[in-house]
Design a protein around this ligand. Structure first.
Ligand code: FAD
Length: 557
């Protein structure tokens, strides 16, 4: 049997790992205040797999035989667990649906091809049988990019790329690394690292997402300020389409008309199955350091990030949290070990800041990352220190940065903890020009609060800026509220829609790095205009006239 690792079918991460509040004494009162939830509410765990109303697979003997012939009997799975794991991603809607047993349509079969030739056979046979093909990476997307259309009557084949998990080679002269599309983040860095290289792409979902998924959703990583988003890192691609392989050769730059590489980036499986990605790799830097900073206000933090983005310093990370997210970070302080952001930002320091006239409720925590040779890092730190000081901020040192670096991949587990106890938590992120960021932020917070008021719930919304560019930055909002337990999805829709609408109304994009899927498709036309949607639609129609490839994503046709 194919032994590809998967996340829990009902939530984030691996079985046996979950979020606990007991060792964080400030968290329970914080959650009570923020979303009116008593963390001691007895948890309601998700349904048992055997209780899910799993539809019987619909696949002809002929197609099953052909797929088996293509990839081998061990690599064709149609057991309930495999089919459920491959049904949805990890959006809040996905998780709520699974918890409610709302699974009208799930893949009928999951295949695990072992190389590009097998992918080609699978694609050709499935399309010849007029089946639907949904490529699957790590299943971590949160935009509804995987879910089969509920009304789909054709056979659905999930193509899991997990066996394509190797670094194929590195052109060391050019720093170009060829990597198979199903390789998960940690494997990429392990295999590159063995030869002294890094790709520098570290999304928060790094542990459970693949390079093919990153390309197909236009992902962005924590260190994208230095290394670029996946769209910048990707130099070449191989994509299996019905009857052919599209090759976008790795080139530093080219003027071959509209970019075919760009058409594949963000295509969410609608143009074919990506089998190989050639990326720009970098020598592992001599030094890697994240420093913590505090700002007296959100405005000061934003202004500093903007100035840093156009300065001679080129940090790998620029991130600043608003006061609410800072409060959340401080509330995750651990009791026993003493290692927490708030313990590292000492009480003594806070007293000094208060004496200096800081409003401690408005304090904003920031992280700035540096990579490179010692001299380079020293010079960048000095430039940033001046800018931070100019905006009234202070350096709080390495401790908070180290802690953030260690804990960043654990935070996602908190959403399942909240869901078990009746609160819905999710994220929405955007990018906008610097001139529009502050009004967009204010409007979005107000829109979410208005939605909470409409629902009559206590809700929370917090934000950080990350991923800075010369012209603007990404704002990443996290929101949560205690739902009514009756129709959590419509309550969620009201809040999520208010936030998304605020983004496009205020000059932001529908998503900076989580893609369109089905979750954001309603805002596509407002984002890229009707002719833009028409172009995308035309591309999909021309390349996939039978709508066999992940139909219904990005444009709802
Ligand atoms: P999947 O979820 O399996 O698939 C996503 C889409 O890509 C689907 O449409 C699928 O059909 C298609 N696809 C996958 N592989 C292929 C392939 N080989 N060929 C063609 N199409 C393919 N995203 C970020 O960018 N940055 C973050 O920091 C980040 N943090 C996250 C944190 C959490 C807790 C969660 C839940 C998600 C986060 N995401 C983040 C979103 C998600 O991880 C990304 O969208 C990621 O790129 C998806 O990769 P995947 O391998 O899991 O793809």
């Amino acid at each position: 049997m194919a032994t590809v690792p998967h996340m829990k079918w009902w939530g984030w991460g691996v079985e046996g790992v979950s979020f606990h509040h007991e060792d964080k004494p400030k968290l329970a009162p914080f959650i009570q205040r923020a979303v009116d939830l008593d963390v001691n509410t007895p948890p309601v765990p998700p349904m048992k797999l055997e209780d899910l109303p799993i539809p019987t697979p619909t696949i002809s003997d002929e197609l099953l035989e052909e797929l088996t012939e293509a990839v081998g009997i061990d690599n064709v799975h149609s057991d309930d667990l495999d089919r459920i794991v491959h049904t949805y991603g990890k959006s809040l809607r996905d998780l709520l649906r699974l918890r409610a047993g709302d699974i009208p349509r799930i893949p009928d079969v999951v295949v695990y091809p072992g190389d590009e030739a097998e992918v080609q056979l699978v694609v050709d046979r499935a399309v010849a049988a007029n089946a639907v093909l949904i490529p699957f990476g790590g299943g971590s997307n949160i935009a509804g990019s995987l879910g089969p259309p509920p009304e789909e009557t054709r056979t659905i084949v999930s193509v899991d790329l997990g066996r394509l998990n190797r670094l194929l080679d590195i052109d060391t002269e050019s720093g170009l690394a060829r990597i198979q599309a199903g390789t998960l983040g940690p494997e990429i860095e392990r295999q590159l690292g063995e030869q002294g290289w890094t790709m520098g792409h570290f999304p928060d979902s790094f542990t459970h997402s693949t390079i093919g998924g990153w390309v197909a959703t236009r992902s962005s990583g924590m260190q994208s300020d230095k290394y670029g988003d996946i769209a910048d890192i990707t130099r070449g691609l191989r994509v299996v389409m019905p009857g052919k392989v599209l090759i976008s050769r790795p080139l530093p730059s080219t003027s071959t008309g509209p970019s075919v590489r760009e058409m594949i980036l963000g295509s969410e499986g609608r143009l074919g199955v990506i089998t190989e990605v050639t990326v720009q790799a970098h020598r592992i830097p001599e030094q890697r350091l994240i420093l913590g900073y505090l700002f007296p206000s959100w405005e000061a933090g934003l202004a500093a990030m903007q100035e840093i983005s156009t300065s001679d310093a080129h940090p790998s990370i620029t991130r600043v949290s608003d006061s609410r997210e800072t409060e959340f970070s401080f509330a995750t302080r651990k009791k026993s070990s003493g290692i927490s952001i708030s313990s590292l930002v000492s009480k003594g320091l806070m007293k000094v800041l208060e004496r200096r006239g800081w409003d401690l409720d408005a304090v904003c925590l920031s992280f700035i990352g540096y990579e490179g040779g010692t001299k380079h890092v020293r010079r960048q730190k000095a430039i940033v220190k001046d800018i931070v000081g100019k905006h009234g901020g202070i350096v709080v040192g390495k401790g908070p940065g180290q802690l953030y670096d260690q804990k960043k991949f654990d935070t996602p587990y908190i959403r399942d903890f909240l869901l078990d106890r009746g609160a819905a938590g999710d994220v929405s992120e955007t990018a906008a020009p610097w001139s529009k960021l502050k009004p967009l932020y204010d409007n979005t917070v107000a829109a979410a609060n208005k939605a909470y008021a409409q629902l009559g719930v206590t809700g929370w919304i917090m934000c950080h800026l990350s991923h800075s560019y010369h012209s603007g930055a990404c704002l990443y909002f996290t929101f949560a509220f205690r739902h009514d337990g009756v129709d959590p999805l419509s309550q969620y829709d009201l809040v999520k829609s208010a936030i998304q609408q605020s983004f496009v109304d205020c000059g932001g994009t529908l998503s900076h790095h989580h893609a369109v899927g089905t979750e954001h498709a309603a805002w596509l036309e407002q984002d890229i205009s009707a002719p833009g949607v028409h172009m995308i639609d035309g591309l999909f129609a021309a390349m996939d006239p039978g709508q066999n490839l992940n139909p219904g994503k990005i444009v709802a046709k």
